[in-house]
Design a protein around this ligand. Structure first.
Ligand SMILES: Nc1nc2c(c(=O)[nH]1)N[C@H]1C(S)=C(S)[C@@H](COP(=O)(O)OP(=O)(O)OC[C@H]3O[C@@H](n4cnc5c(=O)[nH]c(N)nc54)[C@H](O)[C@@H]3O)O[C@H]1N2
Ligand SMILES: Nc1nc2c(c(=O)[nH]1)N[C@H]1C(S)=C(S)[C@@H](COP(=O)(O)OP(=O)(O)OC[C@H]3O[C@@H](n4cnc5c(=O)[nH]c(N)nc54)[C@H](O)[C@@H]3O)O[C@H]1N2
Ligand code: SF4
Ligand SMILES: [Mo]
Length: 697
């Protein structure tokens, strides 16, 4: 059975085999992974028959306070009664939905539709807000469209210069490293910007090691140098862009020496980088979470987009700007309506034409669709407060581990009247729920995923879910039907009848195609058959007999006038700066063997052995000052909380910065420490920098 890995956005091709009930994973030739898989992909099938798999709904017993097995009827009745009670009391918006970028396109679409016409709440958002939102917002405002890579991944292998800013694919997308190796074999230069000497940085020709939170200044200095040296593509700027003059004036103040002072990157390295970018033939600039997960993430990405535009890269063959999308369906998950301000096809919920189109597909009057909700952190932080939602339904996220300032969010979740979590395993968030609904896993249901290239792929069911387990689509449909059957003031039961929420993913996809037709992310011409016939189909693909779009921007950008837009952006300090009490910078990220909040990968024995617990990475000089030896337990404290984990000494990290992975719960939870300041445009939290104190525990 040919399918794709359940985890990250590389969506490596794999083949599943079932012998005597045991499912094994085999690598498959696919254009992104070319037969490669990382350890997570190799072991993905181990969760299918995992002993901790949820196989029955759980309902919290009011008498004992414990979660107890319950029938589906009892569990769903409890959910519906809870929703109706809260909505009767506090209005429709008192119920909120939280989705995930790991859900298939079909599920993301169904969830957004369920929120808008099943619950009729404006409150839906998702974990992609913590992931892709800054790059998405920057792409929208510069190019008029947000597709992570506007070109096939294979272009990386042919780049003369490749700049990776805040990306560590050697750990986060290991098979992608083949493209980097190929690129350098062909004589290309790889430049990596990361405060740590990562496995990726070790392969680079040049490694810039800035202080976290200074990427914007670095980008402006690079453009400053390019201007001074005459590497700006004046013809391209004149023909294909608007707004350059203001950017030019802004970066004039970014002398390389000024950027060096702020970031610690030597002027010579800035000059070498600018030269490689400005004089290379095929040049690609990529950002990932290191640059984006800041309270100035949108402006930071914009600074790199400005640089790319000034050099004439976007739309030029073999060149361009892109961001590396993270979650398995991080791209599709941000297109079909689980974002607070969005309707399917990447339409805006406040656009009357978009509302009319989607309401038509859904068979409801457009004026019945709610308006925009609020971004994820704001939503989570309002739960259970007098003005916030009092019930929350979570599909595909574990915010108790992954949200910033997690102890506070955990408290908010506890304050809810009703918390419902659909998951395959008892995540830390599910453990707090009033009702837990066991869902099918990737190899048990059909659907589509859109990878980091904007390529729509088929996920295939190898076998049905185990007895007692239902698919997310079936849960959504059942809830919609039960809600329709209840009497609620002003509700139109027929509008939310079960027939409107098909459980067959093929039927959902057919509807999604119609709903997306004419939108920015147009899937109208994509059929499952067409995906099968090729190695996936790139959106936009408006017509069944027309072409798909592997490369964007060759002739025009997706803005009304077809030109890309420059935006002047300036450096600003991190939301929280170091001080005498909290003198060190704290940053967070990933290790190869764990995925996200770890619900899944912490339960796979080989992965647990490879990365069993949290750690705090710090420089030996800093460790010596603190009297800490390798392996000693240390405590990292911020204004918001603390993390305790063994020290891991590494000469590869800046002595003024400490790092911890965010995959762990309990005392090792990095998000107990992180800052919940968010980007004013995207709502992205500042996961990648805050001020801390470190001491031996
Ligand atoms: N093994 C594994 N792979 C994954 C995932 C996982 O959880 N585990 N998750 C997937 C998802 S959802 C995502 S979003 C991607 C993320 O993929 P990446 O963005 O590659 O992952 P991160 O480790 O979060 O961050 C990358 C690097 O940013 C650096 N960094 C920290 N602060 C700064 C800064 O201020 N500036 C710069 N330039 N760099 C900084 C960190 O040191 C880190 O090495 O990975 C995907 N793949
Ligand atoms: N400090 C710090 N925090 C971070 C980050 C960071 O770099 N630093 N990165 C952020 C980023 S980029 C991301 S993407 C988030 C991710 O963080 P989360 O949103 O917590 O992501 P996951 O751990 O993937 O959570 C997915 C949950 O859904 C379940 N699940 C998987 N598939 C399905 C399905 O099909 N249906 C249902 N119903 N459930 C399913 C899994 O078992 C798991 O419990 O974390 C963010 N948090
Ligand atoms: S790189 Fe990503 S998609 Fe590929 S096997 Fe690893 S986790 Fe799966
Ligand atoms: Mo992510």
């Amino acid at each position: 059975m040919a399918t794709h890995c359940p985890y990250c956005a590389l969506q490596c091709g794999m083949t599943l085999r079932e012998d005597d009930g045991v499912v094994t994973v085999h690598p498959r030739q696919f254009p992104t992974n070319r037969g490669g898989l990382c350890q997570k992909g190799w072991t993905a099938a181990e969760l299918l028959d995992h002993p901790e798999r949820l196989t029955t709904p759980l309902v919290r017993d009011p008498a004992t306070g414990e979660l107890r097995p319950a029938s589906w009827d009892a569990a769903l009745d409890r959910v519906v009664a809870g929703i109706r009670a809260v909505q009767r009391d506090a209005g429709r918006d008192a119920v909120a939905v939280f989705g995930g970028g790991g859900l298939t396109n079909e599920k993301a679409y169904a969830l957004g539709k369920f929120a808008r016409i099943g619950l009729r709440t404006r409150h839906i958002d998702y974990n992609g807000r913590f992931c892709m939102s800054s790059a998405a917002a920057a792409g929208m405002r510069a190019f008029g469209i947000d597709r992570g890579l506007p070109f096939p991944l294979a272009d990386l292998g042919r780049a003369d210069t490749l700049l990776l800013v805040g990306a560590n694919p050697a750990e986060t997308m290991p098979p992608l490293v083949r493209w980097l190796t190929e690129q350098r074999r062909a004589g290309g230069r790889l430049i990596v910007v990361d405060p740590r000497v990562t496995a990726t940085a070790r392969q680079a020709d040049l490694h810039l090691q800035p202080l976290p939170g200074t990427d914007l200044a670095v980008a402006n200095a690079l453009l400053h140098i390019a201007l001074t040296e005459g590497w700006v593509d004046r013809a391209y700027v004149a023909e294909r862009t608007t707004g350059f003059e203001a950017v030019r004036r802004g970066v004039a103040a970014w002398w390389p020496a000024r950027a060096e002072q702020l970031s610690g990157v030597p002027v010579a390295d800035l000059e070498a980088t600018a030269r490689a970018l400005g004089t290379g033939g095929r040049v690609i600039i990529l950002t990932a979470r290191g640059a984006e997960q800041h309270a100035k993430g949108v402006d930071t990405v914009t600074a790199y987009v400005n640089l790319a535009l000034a050099l004439g890269l976007p739309g030029r063959a073999g060149s361009g700007y892109g961001c590396l999308t993270g979650q398995g369906n991080g791209q599709g998950g941000r297109e079909h309506g689980q974002k607070a301000d969005q309707l399917p096809g990447y339409r805006r919920i406040d656009d009357p034409a978009a509302r009319a189109h989607v309401a038509g597909v859904w068979g409801v009057p457009a004026d019945e669709l709610p308006g925009p909700g609020v971004p994820a952190y704001q939503l989570l932080d309002s739960l259970g407060t007098p003005d916030g939602p009092r019930a929350l339904l979570v599909f595909g996220s574990n915010p108790v581990v992954s949200a910033p300032r997690a102890a506070r969010i955990e408290g908010r979740l506890r304050d809810l009247d009703l918390l419902v979590v659909a998951d395959l395993l008892l995540s830390e968030t599910a453990a707090l729920a009033d009702v837990v609904l066991p869902t099918a896993q990737w190899a048990e249901e059909d659907g589509t995923m859109t990878n980091l290239e904007g390529r729509v792929l088929r996920r295939r069911a190898l076998r049905p879910p185990p007895p007692g387990v239902r698919t997310d689509l079936a849960i959504i449909a059942d809830l919609a039907a039960r809600l329709a059957a209840t009497e609620a003031p002003g509700a139109r039961p027929e509008a939310v009848a079960a027939a409107r929420f098909p459980t067959d993913p093929a039927a959902v996809f057919a509807e999604l195609r119609r709903a997306s037709a004419g939108g920015a992310a147009d899937y109208a011409g994509i059929s499952w058959e067409r995906i099968d016939a090729a190695d996936g189909v790139y959106w936009p693909c408006p017509s069944g007999d027309g072409p798909d779009t592997p490369r964007l921007f060759a002739d025009r950008f997706a803005t009304p006038d077809g030109r890309a837009r420059f935006h002047p952006v300036d450096h600003r300090p991190a939301a929280e700066e170091v001080c005498a009490t909290y003198p060190l910078h704290f940053t967070t990220g990933r290790v190869l063997a764990q995925y996200q909040s770890g619900t899944q990968t912490r339960r796979v024995p080989a992965l647990r052995r490879a990365a069993p617990e949290a750690f705090v990475e710090l420089h030996p000089d800093l460790a010596a000052r603190l009297g800490v030896d390798d392996g000693d337990p240390v405590r990292v404290t911020s204004r918001r909380g603390e993390l305790c984990a063994p020290a891991r000494l590494s000469a590869g990290i800046r002595p003024d910065t400490v790092f911890a992975p965010f995959h762990y719960a309990g005392a090792g939870r990095a998000n107990s420490v992180t800052n919940d300041a968010v980007d004013p445009i995207s709502g992205m939290p500042e996961f990648k920098i805050c001020a801390v104190r470190v001491e031996k525990a």
